[in-house]
Write a protein that binds this ligand. Structure first.
Ligand code: HEM
Length: 208
């Protein structure tokens, strides 16, 4: 179990690795955040343009609107990012289990994630461990199976918005060989930091 020192403290009741990094680095606040702010920030991080940009914006807005179980309230005030735990998106241990309920990182679970991947050319002359889309599917199925009876019928739908989206945003390479780097996943969870190429897409956070 590891707890690296992050930039800003993030509530253990925010279980999403992507949002945790956005909060830790000051791109969004850690409590009530307008849905449009979340959608806009994630759209920028995605680097999508044109129709893809609109799609990410709308999907993110929709997910954030559902996340606290009160879509009307969220629409008006925003999503409450430190009250996501036990909300409608919480899969209660049917996910990776990299973060526990106190938001401690379990590195053995990151090692387990890596066992679903392969060593791949990293585009810079080296090799690195990573998972492509197919391997991510296998990984998510294994997570559901591990959860046994605790897995609910709609979890696979929620999961489509998690690891596959992380692959889309943070993946390296193209087509079937596009992969999610296990080292970068570790940095995201443990240090709550994005790779430099994602940071470059985001506006500088306000100085605190
Ligand atoms: C494109 C943006 C996003 C990415 C890439 C992303 C990525 C992820 C990933 C990879 C997980 C799985 C963690 C695991 O299995 O251990 C996760 C979980 C979660 N995400 Fe996100 N997420 C995004 C946006 C959001 C938004 C907008 C919300 C709500 C405001 C949200 C709320 C959650 C919650 C509540 C969980 C916990 C689910 C669980 O307990 O299994 N995420 N996210």
């Amino acid at each position: 179990m590891t707890d690296a020192a992050p930039a800003a403290a993030v509530s253990p009741n925010n279980p999403c690795p992507f949002l945790r990094a956005l909060v830790a680095n000051g791109y969004v606040g850690g409590h009530v955040v307008p849905l449009s702010k979340i959608a806009e920030t994630i759209t920028l991080a995605s680097g999508e343009t044109g129709a893809g940009k609109i799609k990410v914006w709308m999907e993110t807005f929709g997910v954030a609107q559902m996340a606290n179980g009160n879509p009307l309230k969220s629409f008006i005030f925003g999503a409450v990012l430190d009250e996501l735990r036990n909300g409608p998106l919480d899969k209660h241990g049917a996910g990776s289990r990299i973060l526990d309920v106190e938001a401690h990182v379990h590195e053995d679970e990151i090692v387990r994630l890596g066992t679903f991947g392969k060593n791949r050319p990293d585009g810079a002359g080296g090799m690195e461990l990573g998972l492509n889309a197919k391997e991510i599917e296998t990984y998510m199925a294994a997570n559901l199976e591990r959860a046994g009876d605790a897995a609910r019928f709609y979890y696979p739908i929620l999961m489509k918005g998690e690891w596959p989206v992380l692959l889309r945003i943070m993946g390296k390479g193209d087509g079937d060989e596009r992969y999610l780097s296990v080292a970068e996943v570790k940095t995201l969870f443990v240090e709550r930091r994005f790779p430099a190429r994602i940071v470059a897409r985001l506006p500088s956070p306000p100085a605190s």
